[in-house]
Design a protein around this ligand. Structure first.
Ligand code: FAD
Length: 494
């Protein structure tokens, strides 16, 4: 039977759930507080440059294809994905680089240049992460963990796969070279985790990249958002932009609708929140109605780091230089820096950066003869007490100096546009608790059944799709959460 379903938020989790539920025949409405779809994948159009605000590394493209296929369409008719090679170029503090792609022989050749003794270890690492990938991604990422028994069933596998180890400790069993350990352990940072305490389950991200490649959408990630928005509208879905939800209306164990910023209310048979889970419980549902997710519980959970992202365009090109499309610029410190960010919550004097240079693949993102970049620096979340209204400009200047000195000569005099986001943006614009960029930290104790469930433990017809629920942050994670929500709704409607 067709139901009226309200989706709060239009990140990839919200869009994925909206499309799947609309394709099931439900009447689906998206309410988004910002003026465009996409959530963290918001696009900034500045002086002829088109900056993707968030995700740039597109993996597991079949998850997008599935959305179009179940609606009887072809993804290729909406946007084009091109594979990238290399996946990343990773620089050590001295500027020496390493790169890898999906070709095992090529990657082994790169390892040979750094530390030939690690080649057998890398091959053993791949063999062992295949099992983690099979269990953790293929079998469990798109299945709900609603009951303790779901968790108990997989517990022996988690023990067998050494999930209690951190990603770094896991890698270190196979790889001895200090720099190569960093190269094959940084992946939890892509989903908000510290490689030194994220469960080794996340070591499989490297395997996932090899399996399906790293892709770029022509026109940027914004082209994917546009394609999904178009598909949703074609399926009869309704989008209300600049229309924030201020409350989820509840009666007993049921959500009955939402209140909007203008004070009006909308009834619904089902509510799906794609807004930050901690924010949803803390700010959209009065505490007296919540038994499990009390403010105290929410405050005691651990949150991912935040990010400082600087978007910039230059009047000259830098193609032909040392940089690739995706670059990771590692600094002198690895564990110490991560400890500052995640545990001590200090804004360190040094940094490790991700540098995105999409105009190498797609010059149409910038005016002719120009180059477009974004540089991302993990920073502590707002639990640090750092006053970003004062710290941001200085931090931006330091990053520009660093890039100019080592990678982009003449950067400052060639800058035509800059824009930045910092933890305050995550808190105030995206409604993320503590300004965390990836919601709850991906610790074993906050994964699967231990993560807030895809169907609320407090309200029977309230669902969650997005980074804060199972399986977690990153596009493959949030698109999988959308599938879980749609499957649960289908199961209950059927
Ligand atoms: C800078 C950056 C780079 C990243 N890079 C990558 C990458 O390369 N690859 C990758 O896979 N992942 C990447 N990630 C992670 C990935 O982008 C996120 O995990 C994912 O996009 C989160 O999607 P989501 O569905 O949880 O929703 P979000 O994108 O968090 O969207 C939630 C939406 O809800 C809206 N909302 C909140 N409150 C309300 C309300 N009260 N009423 C109405 N609307 C509301 C918000 O405005 C927002 O639009 C990156 C993240 C960031 C921040």
């Amino acid at each position: 039977m067709s139901k009226k379903i309200i989706i709060i938020g239009s990140g990839f989790g919200g869009l994925g759930a909206a499309i799947r539920l609309a394709a099931q025949g439900h009447r689906v409405e998206i309410y988004e507080k910002r003026d465009r779809l996409g959530g963290r994948a918001y696009v900034y159009h500045l002086q002829g440059f088109k900056f993707d605000g968030g995700p740039t590394v597109i993996t597991a493209p079949f998850l997008f294809d599935d959305l179009f296929r179940l609606a009887g369409r072809r993804r290729e008719d909406y946007f084009e994905l091109v594979p990238l090679d290399p996946f990343y170029r990773i620089f050590d503090a001295s500027g020496r680089s390493f790169e890898y792609n999906g070709d095992a022989a090529f990657t082994l050749g790169q390892i040979d240049r750094w530390n030939p003794a690690d080649k057998p270890g890398y091959e053993a690492f791949i063999r062992s992460t295949r099992a983690i990938f099979q269990k953790g991604f293929v079998e469990l990422a798109d299945k709900p963990f609603l009951h303790l028994t779901d968790m108990l069933r997989v517990a022996p596998d988690l023990v067998r796969l050494q999930s209690q180890k951190s990603v770094y400790a896991y890698i270190s069993q196979f790889i001895r070279d200090d720099f190569l350990r960093q190269v094959f352990s940084f992946h939890p940072l892509l989903v908000g985790g510290n490689p030194f305490d994220a469960s080794s389950i996340y070591a499989m991200i490297h395997y996932l990249e090899r399996e399906w490649g790293v892709h770029y959408a022509l026109g940027g990630t914004g082209a994917i958002v546009e394609g999904l928005g178009r598909l949703f509208r074609e399926l009869g879905g309704t989008v209300r932009l600049s229309c924030g939800v201020t409350e989820i209306l509840v009666r007993g164990r049921r959500a009955t609708g939402v209140r909007l910023e203008d004070g009006s209310t909308q009834t619904a048979d089902i509510v799906v929140s794609n807004a930050d889970v901690a924010f949803t419980y803390r700010n959209l549902i009065p505490e007296q109605y919540r038994r499990k997710f009390t403010n105290r519980k929410i405050d005691r959970m651990k949150y991912s780091m935040s990010l400082f992202v600087l978007y910039f365009g230059t009047r000259r090109r830098y193609a032909g230089g040392p940089l690739a499309h995706h670059n990771i610029l590692l600094g002198e410190r690895y564990q110490g820096l991560l400890d500052d960010i995640f545990n001590k919550k200090l804004l360190a004097g040094d940094f490790s950066l991700y540098l995105h240079m999409p105009t190498l693949t797609d010059p149409s993102m910038a005016p002719p003869g120009c180059e477009l970049f974004y540089v991302l620096s993990p920073v502590p979340h707002l639990g640090s007490g750092i006053d970003w209204t004062r710290a941001a400009q200085l931090y931006q200047d330091r990053i520009i100096d660093f890039l100019e000195e080592r990678y982009l000569p003449g950067l400052r005099e060639n800058l035509v546009v800059t824009h930045h986001i910092d933890p305050l943006h995550f808190q105030n614009t995206l409604n993320s608790h503590l300004g965390a960029a990836f919601s709850f930290q991906p610790l074993l104790t906050q994964s699967a059944w231990f993560r807030p469930h895809n169907r609320s433990e407090d309200f029977d017809n309230l669902y969650f799709a997005g980074a804060g629920t199972h399986p977690g942050a990153g596009l493959p994670g949030v698109l999988s959460s959308a599938k879980i929500v749609a499957d649960l709704v289908a199961g209950e409607a059927g």
